[in-house]
Design a protein around this ligand. Structure first.
Ligand code: ADP
Ligand code: 5GP
Length: 187
């Protein structure tokens, strides 16, 4: 049976960049594809980045108990981890890596205990976070400000995680993540 690696962080911290780096290493990692009711962005495809559902389809799956955890971030905008998806990947012997928000991350850790490692990616500062979000160029200024506003709350969760990695210099953070995760998977 595989293990679980949970990544959470404020948006713009560099979580996706580090996860994509780890997926290219020889760690037998599979990305956990979440379900969401938001619309696909850019080149996103159903079944690759997310399973895209309508809000009603999402609510039906909640009623059927299909989620390991889920959240309604605001009205009709849901994100959640499907039990079936995670169990399938784990039973195939893969280690599963998650990109979820801080609350979801803590819930998954609580459920799987020692089989899971929860990792918080911390930006050097909120100012740097704003710079990275601007640099990424995928969000409007309003969306960037709402992400920054949420970051303060998310940063307060850091000490609930097994490990905190400060992503200041990317190469250093990637090397640190690789070492920590390799060690965890060896145990
Ligand atoms: P997240 O998945 O946490 O929202 P991303 O991985 O998309 O964050 O990173 C946000 C932006 O910051 C991207 O444009 C990325 O290339 C850049 N970035 C990531 N890590 C660093 C770093 N250590 N220094 C500078 N820029 C970074
Ligand atoms: P985005 O809309 O930018 O793809 O994602 C927004 C946020 O939703 C990110 O912080 C991401 O970590 C979180 N997220 C993605 N999938 C899940 C999930 O399955 N559960 C929870 N709780 N959060 C998720």
């Amino acid at each position: 049976m595989g293990k679980l690696i949970i990544f959470s962080a404020p948006s713009g911290s560099g979580k996706s960049t580090i996860i994509n780096y780890l997926l290219k290493q020889n760690l037998n990692l599979a990305f956990s594809i979440s379900a969401t009711s938001r619309a696909p962005r850019g080149t996103e495809q159903n079944g690759v980045e997310y399973f895209f559902l309508t809000p009603d389809e999402f609510r039906q799956k909640i009623a059927d108990g299909e989620f390991l955890e889920y959240e309604e971030v605001y009205t009709d905008r849901f994100y959640g981890t499907l039990k079936s998806q995670v169990e399938k990947q784990l039973s195939e012997g893969q280690n599963v890596i998650f990109d979820v928000d801080v609350v979801g991350g803590c819930n998954i850790k609580k459920f799987y205990g020692d089989r899971a490692l929860s990792v918080f990616i911390q930006p050097p500062s909120v100012e740097e976070l704003r710079k990275r979000l601007n640099g990424r160029g995928t969000d409007t200024p309003e969306v960037i400000e709402s992400r920054i506003a949420k970051a303060e709350f998310e940063l307060s969760y850091a000490d609930k995680f097994d490990v905190v990695i400060v992503n200041d210099e990317l190469e250093k953070a990637q090397a640190e993540a690789l070492e920590i995760i390799s060690n965890f998977l060896k145990k």
